[in-house]
Ligand binder design. Structure first.
Ligand code: NOJ
Ligand code: CA
Length: 712
């Protein structure tokens, strides 16, 4: 009892919470410990420890309602329940075959002393890699409908941690990461200068986005995000740069509200993942575990795949999405005047289908196939696209037949230009069109200011919209890859047809802008990808061949582009370059042909945010392993112990390594491919160039490999 008192006292000093008049409730799982308490004013607070190290000092919890800002105090504890869960489940697709969901749960029941005695529960789940909590509003006489004005959730950090952050932009996640102490966060300067991003809105100078990755001076890695975001709005964080207290900043709707609730209801989970090993952060399944199981019963039609697409051509200016230069000037025949550069034409599509079919790539995406692209961007227009009318040079029936004859799945592209209302009106028609022409997946896009006007990409209206699209797609058995949506929060467990999102700064920025710095891909898995798979569009081989702008190039070596297939997890993986580029390097392209997109197992071999990541993954239902290693602008030796291989088995490792003279800037295209025999216990030692990487395929050896030497 005495010891507890001492501990509480020190927490009070550390955080801003006033002396308690109530006992602490706690829960723990291995090293992670959660304390809950009420202060003298009846305000709820919590703290988190990892071993004996504080992770979150005493931090207040609460919600503020519109027209009533008293729903965060005067609480009394009416009870609490503890339970333990230890179960396993199998995702439809994923990084591992089995996911263990093991936590201790505490439900804290609170009641306000003042009339009408409103009730609020806080549910904590403590895992061995962190804590998730959510507010729950049970059925009660004193509260029925309410509007959330603000969430008062705090995360009081213990110091000026090293932080990997992007601005808290209500409309975009497409930023490069800044690595700085929390005290140096200034989002407005960055947002202003990010002119390569189409739509930006960063009202809070100290606002930052989640998933937020931090490292303490004591070597703790902390990640803050949320899970199961639907029927609410997304949470960004406001940083107090003096006290290092983060406060939830909910993205508002067009009239400034955050969420419209009807009890019984609950908020999304707030997540704090913590470990003294960076690799554990990447391996965490906490966010998935906090999401609901699949709502789709029959998932047999959901199939991970690789795809190529008529896409990079437009990103680099070789061809255009639009068929004509202007929509308001027609030819003598009353039709659009072709500009002669339209990429999505039948002959070109067939070329990509042939390339895919010849190389075992399952899908082909075609952008710019439908009318509207002449004035798609920047005009805030409501009705730009109808999603069913092809340009005159895109023969949808011929393409469908041709793709079917070659066993290729066509991927639909529905760019909404941000007009979500238009898309909602057209959605059934659009999905029926996909069903009719055999399209099994769709890439959506939201480039532009959102309609309904005044809403934001990350606001509550749009959060609900993206979920509606996933549900509608499921109804039509279509897989979804959403570009420019709110960043994911693990909803792919609940809607496994929602395969991927962009919601971050993709590889495409390396094509049309000053690019992504070489450290970018060593940060993304710790930030954006914590919520779910990313359609990063890896596989650009023509590293410095696309731009006439001096210095503009892809900021990686060619080999690092291969490694990204393993380190940037997605069940939909694009081979983003054009066939001509691949045809020049078919030996390196072999890795893209081989690499899997669905996995039985994943081992994070080594990782440090901003520095390097090495991951090994075992192909679903096969004995093959694939390894990807990436580094930032500094070269390094990746040491990769192959402990995960079956004992008593011989394997062939094909190592795609940076050439001895490779360097992302000076010589990005230099690579070497070697083959060795390896076995469990072999330790590979591979040099990664500055901005480079390594990609390795490991397959069981056959008699044909007898002539190969063992790796030394
Ligand atoms: C932005 C997307 O991220 C990109 O992949 C797409 O090509 C364009 N929008 C056009 O829709
Ligand atoms: Ca984008």
């Amino acid at each position: 009892m005495k010891r507890i008192f001492v501990c509480l006292f020190s927490l009070v000093i550390l955080g801003a919470v006033k002396a308690q008049d109530k006992p602490v409730i706690n829960a723990s799982m291995n090293k992670v410990k959660l304390n809950f308490m009420l202060d003298a004013d009846g305000k709820a607070a919590y703290s988190v420890f990892y071993g004996d190290k504080p992770v979150i000092n005493n931090s207040y919890l609460g919600i503020k309602l519109v027209d009533d800002n008293s729903f965060d105090k005067d609480f009394v504890l009416t009870g609490s329940e503890k339970s333990n869960v230890d179960e396993s489940w199998q995702p439809v697709w994923g990084e591992v075959k089995n996911i263990r969901n093991h936590y201790e749960q505490v439900v804290v029941h609170l009641k306000q002393k003042t009339a009408p005695g409103r009730l609020m529960n806080i549910i904590f789940r403590v895992f061995d890699d962190g804590v998730g909590f959510r507010y729950e509003f049970p059925k009660q006489p004193g509260l029925k409908y309410f509007i959330v004005a603000d969430e008062l959730t705090e995360f009081s950090l213990t110091g000026d941690h090293k932080t990997f952050w992007i601005p808290g932009d209500y409309d975009s996640n497409e930023y490069q990461y800044t690595i700085s102490p929390l005290s140096q966060v200034d989002a407005s300067v960055l947002a202003k200068s990010a002119t390569d991003i189409a739509v930006r809105f960063v009202p809070d100078k100290y606002g930052i986005q989640t998933p937020l990755m931090m490292k303490t001076s004591e070597g703790l890695y902390i990640n803050i995000h949320e899970a199961a975001l639907s029927n609410y709005t997304s949470m960004q964080l406001h940083v107090d740069t003096k006290t290092f207290k983060l406060t939830a900043n909910l993205v508002p709707d067009a009239v400034g509200n955050k969420a419209y609730m009807l009890v019984p209801c609950s908020t999304p989970w707030r997540t704090i993942i913590v470990s003294d090993k960076a690799a554990d952060i990447l391996a965490s399944k906490m966010i998935l575990n906090l999401n609901e199981p699949s709502k789709i019963e029959n998932t047999s039609w959901i199939k991970p795949m690789k795809f190529v697409g008529i896409w990079l051509e437009m990103q680099t200016g070789k061809s255009t999405w639009n068929y004509a230069d202007r929509a308001d000037t027609l030819g003598a025949d009353g039709k659009l005047i072709p500009n002669g550069k339209h990429g999505g034409n039948t002959a070109n599509v067939k070329r990509y289908i042939d390339f895919a079919a010849n190389n075992g790539i399952q899908g082909v995406l075609v952008e710019g196939w439908n009318v509207g692209w002449e004035d798609w961007f920047g005009n805030w227009k409501e009705n730009v696209f109808d999603f069913v009318t092809p340009y005159p040079d895109f023969d949808v029936e011929a393409i469908t037949d041709y793709a079917a004859s070659k066993g290729i799945k066509m991927i639909m592209h529905n760019e909404t230009s941000g007009s979500a209302t238009n898309y909602e009106r057209q959605m059934d028609t659009a999905f029926r069109f996909m069903n009719k022409y055999g399209y099994t997946s769709v890439k959506t896009g939201y480039v532009g200011r959102i309609i309904p006007r005044g809403e934001h990409h990350d606001g509550p209206w749009m959060v609900a919209h993206y979920v509606r699209v996933a549900q509608k797609a499921a109804q039509y058995h279509v897989m979804l890859d959403a570009h420019e949506p709110v960043r994911p929060t693990g909803l792919q467990r609940t809607y496994p047809n929602w395969m991927a999102c962009e919601a971050g700064r993709g590889n495409e920025y390396n094509l049309f802008s000053s690019g992504n710095n070489p450290g970018h891909e060593t940060i993304m898995p710790f930030t954006r990808l914590m919520g779910g798979p990313m359609d990063y569009t890896p596989g650009i081989f023509n590293i410095n061949g696309y731009s006439t702008v001096p210095g503009r190039q892809v900021h990686t070596t060619l080999v690092k582009q291969l490694a990204l297939y393993v380190t940037m997890y997605s069940p939909l993986q694009m081979a983003a370059d054009m066939p001509d580029s691949y045809e020049k390097h078919m030996d390196a392209f072999q890795f893209i042909k081989d690499v899997a997109v669905d996995w039985d197992d994943t081992k994070i071999i080594e990782a440090e945010p901003g520095e390097y990541i090495t991951i090994a993954r075992k192909e679903k239902g096969a004995a093959n392993w694939y390894v990807g290693a990436v580094t930032n602008e500094n070269g390094r030796n990746a040491v990769i112990p192959l402990d995960f291989l079956d004992k008593d088995k011989k394997y062939v490792a094909t190592v795609y390594a940076d050439g001895a003279d490779a360097d992302w800037k000076l010589n990005p295209g230099s690579y070497q491919i070697t083959k060795f025999l390896v076995k469990a216990g072999t330790k590979l030692n591979i040099k990664l160039a500055n901005g480079g990487g390594a990609a390795i395929s490991i397959k069981p050896a056959t008699t044909a490999d007898d002539g190969l030497k063992f790796y030394k």
